[in-house]
Ligand binder design. Structure first.
Ligand code: PEP
Ligand code: MN
Length: 337
C-alpha cells in the first residue's frame, strides 16, 4: 500500500502519517519525489485500513501496489533512483563504467589495473577480495589483504571501489573498506546476506542469479529496500541457456524490462555475460544502446596469467579503445561519459 501525500503537505503531516503507520506495527518508507512525497507501507500481513490513512491531514490518496515487489517498483517511485557510490552518481545522465580485474591478486597487479582503467575513463574500480569459485581448490581471493590493496588503489586513483561480500558475516569487513558491496550471482537469493546488506550504510550492487526470473531479481532487491537500504544497483551478468558459444547468455532485453518496472539503476556485466574476451566489446556497445546505466567490466594487464576469469578479461588497450567508442555512442542516447 502506498500513501500519496498532497503536493503542499508539510513535514509535520508526513511525520504524522509515518507515526500512524508505525503505531499499527507496520514499517513506513517515506519516498520523496519531484512533485510530492509518497510513503510505502510494508510489514502488513492483511489489508491496510485505507479510510484511516485517507482521513489523515495532508494525504491525497491511498493506493494499492499491484506488484509483489513494492519499494523497488515504479508504482511507488516514478522517478529514477540515482545511487551515490563514493561520490559517483549511478543511474543519472552519466553512463558509468566500473572496471578492474576479477580478483585482487597482488598490490602490483591491482594498482596496474587501477591506473590503466582510471586513465582510460573508468569511474569505479572493481576487484574481488573474496571470490565465489566453483572449485574449492581454485584461488579464493586475498581476503582482508585484498581489501587493503583496493583501499590503496582508491587512495592513489580516487576511484571508488566495488567489491564482493560472500556471506552475511563477511559484510562487516567489506563495508569497512568498500564504497559499494557486491552481491554475486550465486548469492542473489542468499536471504540472510540480502537482509544484512539491507542494514548496511553502503550501496549494494546486486547481480542477477544464473537462472533468476525478472520477478525473482526484483524481489531480491526488495529485501534490501525493505530493510531500509534504498541504495541498490541491479546488474545483468548473463543467464544459463542452451547457447554453446558463450559462458552465459547476456540478457540485454532485461534492461528495458527493468526500466519499465523499477526505478533502480541497472549496470551490465559483459564479462561474465559472455565469458569470452572477443565478445566483451560488442556486448558493451549493445548494453549502452539498450539503455543500461553503465557497465562493469573485467580488465587485466596480462589476462593469460590471471588467477581468475582470464579468458573473459580484456586488456587495458581493449578497454581504452572501448571507452573511446562508448564516448561516441553515449551522446546519441542523451548520456554523458
Ligand atoms: C565477479 O564479479 O567476479 C563475479 C564472481 O560475478 P558473478 O557473481 O556475476 O559470477
Ligand atoms: Mn569474475
Amino acid at each position: 500500500m502506498l500513501v500519496v501525500m498532497r503536493q503542499d503537505a508539510t513535514s509535520g503531516q508526513i511525520a504524522g502519517v509515518v507515526r500512524a503507520i508505525e503505531a499499527r506495527g507496520f514499517k513506513a518508507h517515506p519516498i520523496p519525489g519531484a512533485q510530492r512525497t509518497a510513503i510505502g507501507i510494508t510489514g502488513n500481513r492483511g489489508a491496510v485500513d485505507r479510510p484511516v490513512f485517507e482521513s489523515l491531514p495532508g494525504v491525497l490518496e491511498v493506493i494499492p501496489v499491484t506488484h509483489a515487489y513494492k519499494l523497488v517498483s515504479r508504482e511507488v517511485k516514478p522517478e529514477d533512483t540515482i545511487v551515490d557510490v563514493g561520490g559517483v552518481p549511478v543511474g543519472g545522465k552519466e553512463f558509468v563504467i566500473a572496471a578492474g580485474p576479477c580478483a585482487v591478486e597482488s598490490r602490483e597487479q591491482m594498482l596496474t589495473a587501477a591506473r590503466h582503467v582510471k586513465a582510460a575513463g573508468a569511474r569505479l574500480l572493481r576487484g574481488g577480495a573474496f571470490k565465489p569459485r566453483t572449485s574449492p581448490y581454485a584461488f579464493q581471493g586475498l581476503g582482508e589483504e585484498g581489501l587493503q590493496i583496493l583501499a590503496a588503489a582508491r587512495a592513489e586513483t580516487g576511484l571508488p571501489v566495488v567489491t564482493e561480500a560472500l556471506d552475511a558475516e563477511g559484510v562487516d569487513l567489506v563495508e569497512k573498506y568498500a564504497d559499494a558491496i557486491q552481491v554475486g550471482a550465486r548469492n542473489m537469493q542468499n536471504f540472510s546476506l540480502l537482509r544484512r546488506c539491507g542494514k548496511a550504510r553502503k550501496p549494494v550492487l546486486l547481480k542477477r542469479g544464473l537462472a533468476a526470473t525478472l520477478e525473482e531479481f526484483l524481489m531480491s532487491a526488495e529485501y534490501m529496500l525493505a530493510e531500509g537500504n534504498y541504495q541498490v544497483i541491479l546488474c545483468e551478468r548473463g543467464v544459463r541457456t542452451f547457447s554453446d558459444f558463450a559462458r552465459n547468455t547476456l540478457d540485454l532485453a532485461v534492461v528495458p524490462a527493468v526500466k519499465a518496472l523499477s526505478h533502480l539503476p541497472i549496470l551490465v556485466d559483459p564479462s561474465h555475460g559472455t565469458g569470452r574476451r572477443d565478445k566483451v566489446v560488442a556486448m558493451s556497445r549493445g548494453a549502452a544502446a539498450v539503455g543500461a546505466d553503465g557497465l562493469i567490466i573485467e580488465v587485466h594487464h596480462d589476462p593469460d596469467t590471471a588467477l581468475s576469469d582470464g579468458p573473459q578479461s580484456i586488456t587495458p588497450e581493449m578497454f581504452a579503445s572501448l571507452v573511446g567508442e562508448l564516448r561516441q555512442i553515449a551522446p546519441v542516447l542523451g548520456r554523458t561519459l
